[in-house]
Design a protein around this ligand. Sequence first.
Ligand code: CA2
Length: 149
Amino acid sequence: MAHILVLNGPNLNLLGTREPEIYGSTTLADIESRCADRARDLGLELESQQSNSEGALVDAIQAARERCQGIIINPGAYTHTSIAIFDALAACDLPVVEVHLSNIHRREDFRHSSYVSKVAEGVICGFGADGYEMAVDALARILAQGGQA
Ligand code: CA2
């Protein structure tokens, strides 16, 4: 059974508690549980991790290489700044689906560019918590096609 990792970056542990007008009222635990249900329906095994630290996210990506077939990642603000996460994703050689709750292109200019998009098969943004389930669907299709979009 294919194993996929859902990885969330800084401040996403606060989901559902602050700024609901931007990020919605669903908690990260709810999102993770919805993704796990969706993955099970699709015959995938899913694990979820969140960290506020760039190094821990790099460690999680490196570890995923050993036991996962794909990664769904919302790198939070590191999307726009982290060459370390870009390098780790490029080196892990797994299909990557990038997710954002908000439509980053409708927001401040500094959110319009993503290092992660350069190594992602695709990007889902602006659909709130639903975007994560869309990402599970997308990754399932990619894996069914042999690992690339
Ligand atoms: O829209 C997204 O998913 C983002 O990745 C969220 C990041 C932001 O820096 C990116 O530009 C877009 C911020 C996550 C902050 O999450 C919070 C959740 C609840 C309350 C406060 C922050």
